[in-house]
Ligand binder design. Structure first.
Ligand SMILES: Cc1cc2nc3c(=O)[nH]c(=O)nc-3n(C[C@H](O)[C@H](O)[C@H](O)COP(=O)(O)OP(=O)(O)OC[C@H]3O[C@@H](n4cnc5c(N)ncnc54)[C@H](O)[C@@H]3O)c2cc1C
Length: 198
C-alpha cells in the first residue's frame, strides 16, 4: 500500500491557493489551514473601500474551490506555532502533523517606524480595512452635507493618500470618481466644493 505524503499549506491567499491547486492534482494528502474561510482577491480591495464593490464580490469560499476533492481537507483556524522538531503545526491545543509544510501567510502593511499613524491612516489588506476606509469616506460626505461652514466642508472633503504606488493611485482615482460621479448626484455639498462655491 502506498502512503501519500501529507502536505500542509498555511494561508490561502494567492500563494497558498496556487500551490494547493497544483498539489491537489498530485498523489499527496493536502490540508489547507486559513484563519478565514475565504480567499480574498486583494487587488480589488480599493473598490470595496470606495463602495464600488461589496466584500462578497472579491471573496471566494476556500471550501468551494476544492469542492469534491477527497484528498483535500480545509481547516479554518489560526496557526499559533510550528513545531519543526516533531513536524507539526499548532492551532492552540490542536496539532496537525505534516511531512511537507508550505507557509504562505502573506505580509502586513508597515508604517516604517511610525505605528502611531495607523489610527489615522489604516492599511488596506483585509476586508475589515476596506470597510473601515469606506465608512470614513462616506461619513465625511455626510458631515460635509450637514455643515454650513464652507471651510469645514472643504476640510471634510479633502482626502490625503500617502503612497502613490498602484494601490494609492487606484484609490485616488476611485475617490475622485465617487465624488464626481456616484455621490455628486446625492450630495449637494460635494457639488458645491467641486464648483468652488459655498
Ligand atoms: C490593495 C492591494 C492591491 C493590490 N493590487 C495588486 C495588483 O494589482 N497586482 C498584483 O499583482 N498584486 C497586487 N497586490 C498584491 C497581492 O494582492 C499580494 O501580493 C498577494 O495577495 C499576496 O499573496 P499571499 O498569498 O502571499 O498573501 P495573502 O493574500 O495576504 O494571504 C495570506 C493568507 O494567510 C492567512 N493567514 C495569515 N496568517 C495566518 C495564520 N497565523 N493562520 C492561518 N492563516 C493565516 C490569511 O488569512 C490569508 O488568507 C495588491 C495588494 C493589495 C493589498
Amino acid at each position: 500500500m502506498c502512503i501519500m505524503p501529507h502536505v500542509v499549506v498555511i494561508g490561502c491567499g494567492f500563494a497558498g491557493l496556487t500551490a494547493a491547486k497544483a498539489l491537489a492534482k498530485l498523489p499527496v494528502q493536502l490540508t489547507l489551514i486559513d484563519r478565514r474561510n475565504h480567499h480574498l482577491f486583494q487587488p480589488l480591495l480599493y473598490q470595496v473601500a470606495t463602495a464600488g464593490l461589496s466584500p462578497a464580490d472579491i471573496s471566494m469560499p476556500i471550501r468551494a474551490v476544492f469542492r469534491g476533492r477527497r484528498k483535500v481537507r480545509v481547516l479554518m483556524d489560526e496557526v499559533t506555532a510550528i513545531d519543526v522538531e516533531s513536524r507539526a503545526v499548532k492551532m492552540g491545543d490542536h496539532r496537525v502533523a505534516y511531512d511537507v509544510l508550505i507557509v504562505a501567510t502573506g505580509a502586513r502593511h508597515a508604517y516604517f517606524g511610525h505605528d502611531d499613524w495607523e489610527p489615522f491612516a489604516p492599511g488596506l489588506k483585509q476586508v475589515e480595512d476596506a470597510l473601515d476606509i469606506r465608512r470614513r469616506i462616506l461619513l465625511a460626505f455626510e458631515r460635509a452635507e450637514a455643515t454650513d461652514d464652507a471651510a469645514e466642508r472643504q476640510r471634510l472633503l479633502t482626502f490625503a493618500i500617502v503612497g502613490a504606488g498602484p494601490t494609492g493611485v487606484e484609490l485616488a482615482g476611485a475617490i475622485a470618481e465617487l465624488a464626481k460621479v456616484a455621490l455628486a448626484m446625492d450630495f449637494a455639498a460635494s457639488i458645491r466644493v467641486r464648483h468652488g462655491c459655498c
